[in-house]
Write a protein that binds this ligand. Structure first.
Ligand code: ARG
Length: 459
């Protein structure tokens, strides 16, 4: 028996029931649907639309249903269609006629958006927590390794020496922006849609502000047609998750490279790697690869919902039912990725010696040599040309810039003196980059202080 079958002369096709049902997916909204129904029933009885006793009866039964759900005692199948129908059916089964009154002045169209807003609100807060944890882990990693110097890369070619701490904090900055975006999204989520009914509002004298208050919403939506059609708050969530995952996937990629035998800058803990079924020596960075790989689906989920919404006529259409799989999948992916990457960062080993060793080749102090010539009065463009020649000489004679003798240096430029060696020392190269946001120890400390300040003031 379907709750809406009054108008129908025959049963719906089984294959259509299966196609139409969202229960397997939206069962995840069970707790939120009950919360919404409890608030709605309270409002109906406060406004005299149902009696006080009826309100109490409904609320008690809803709480019983919730407990049974938590105990795994609620069964369902596709004939229940969706979570809203399932709960209403269960309510009617338990308290009969009174249960049939709960759907007064509401529709599944505003109910589903309500559930989704409650769900997104909770997940948004949780994701913010996870992001904060990760930022804190990164700060700790940076603080513990302030003496580690590694080559910074452009084009994946060694470019200039940087502090490992400065490098890793680049990700904290990305995550900081993610956090700000999630917080903004919270504001568009936290508004009460209930009371919009199917699309036009309701003729009953309801109190939407009371419901908003009950459920902790900041405000109430302003237009019933928009309310049942709007999924912007989910799009924002999906967009925020896609960017977050892209950040995590870049970190994953860096660490997959740094963990290779060729780099050996870091060593991943065994707990987040797996072996090969044929090659006994293998220890593969699967967790990081999966974070990188799963980023694809979060982008797909965003594009999927954008596509569902494009040119969809107002107001509610069944197309909108598709929104939940995208949402649940992205949230699940982001939660797991954040937790795992946090553990990976906490457990990895930083190989400072290998990082420093890597700085010895690749002429990563060539820019500093050019800067040195500038300090001796040579124009930067000329200095760049001279150092280019010196590097060419070094490649041919298999030397580093440190190996070049003063006599050899002077053949390229007679302004070069003994102090050049100190100037191009890798540590000095790093410490001289004191510009705000640069890689020197001094700038790094300011960066860490600012991040900590941001986290403290971020509520
Ligand atoms: N299962 C539906 C969804 O997820 C709930 C709303 C159904 N509304 C309707 N008029 N059929 O969107």
């Amino acid at each position: 028996m379907k709750l809406w079958e009054g108008r129908f002369s025959k049963d719906t096709a089984r294959i259509f029931d299966e196609f139409n049902a969202s229960i397997k997916v939206d069962i995840n909204l069970f707790e939120y649907d009950i919360m919404g129904s409890v608030a709605h029933a309270k409002m109906l009885s406060k406004c005299g639309i149902i009696s006080e006793e009826e309100g109490k009866l409904i609320i008690t039964a809803l709480n019983d249903i919730l407990n049974d759900y938590r105990d795994g005692k609620i069964e369902f199948d596709v004939s229940d269609e969706d979570v809203h129908m399932l709960i209403e059916k269960e309510l009617i089964k338990r308290i009969g006629q009174v249960g049939k009154k709960v759907h007064t002045a509401r529709s599944r169209n505003d109910q589903v958006v309500l559930d989704e807003r409650l769900f997104c609100r909770e997940k948004n807060i949780y994701l913010q927590e996870l992001i904060k944890n990760l930022i804190n882990t990164i700060i700790k990693l940076a603080e513990e390794n302030t003496d580690a110097i590694m080559p910074g890369f452009t084009h994946l070619q060694k470019a200039q020496p940087v502090l490992f701490s400065h490098y890793i904090l680049a990700y904290a900055q990305m995550l900081k922006r993610d956090l700000i975006r999630f917080k903004q999204n919270f504001n568009s989520i936290n508004i009460n849609p209930l009371g919009s009914a199917a699309l036009a509002g309701t003729s009953f004298d309801i109190d939407r502000f009371f419901v908003a208050n009950q459920l902790g919403f900041e405000g109430v939506t302003e237009n019933s047609i928009d309310t049942v059609s709007d999924r912007d708050f989910i799009l924002e969530m999906l967009f925020n998750i896609a960017i977050l995952q892209i950040h995590l996937s870049r970190l994953a990629e860096d660490f997959i490279i740094f963990n290779t035998d060729e780099f050996k800058f870091i060593e991943l803990d065994d707990a987040y790697c797996s072996g090969s079924s044929i090659m006994p020596q293998k220890k593969n960075p699967d967790a990081l690869e999966l974070i990188r790989g799963k980023t694809g689906r979060t982008i797909g989920n965003l594009v999927g919902l954008l596509t569902v919404l494009k040119a969809l006529p107002l107001s509610y259409n069944k197309d909108l039912q598709e929104d939940k799989e995208f949402l649940f999948d992205s949230i699940d992916t982001a939660e797991k990725s954040l937790i795992i990457i946090n553990e990976i960062l906490k457990t990895l080993r930083v190989n400072k010696e290998n990082m420093l060793m890597s700085c010895k080749s690749g002429f990563i102090n060539a820019t500093d040599l050019a800067d040195y010539l500038v300090s001796k009065g040579i124009a930067f463009r000329d200095a760049h040309f001279i150092v280019g020649n010196i590097v060419k000489f070094c490649i041919e004679s298999k030397k580093t810039l440190e190996d070049v003798s003063l006599k050899e240096y002077r053949q390229f430029c007679d302004k070069i003196e003994e102090d050049v060696y100190d100037f191009i020392d890798i540590r000095n190269c790093v410490q001289r980059r004191k510009s705000y946001g640069g890689t020197s120890q001094k700038a790094l400390m300011a960066q860490i202080d600012n991040l900590k300040e941001f986290l403290k003031s971020f509520e």
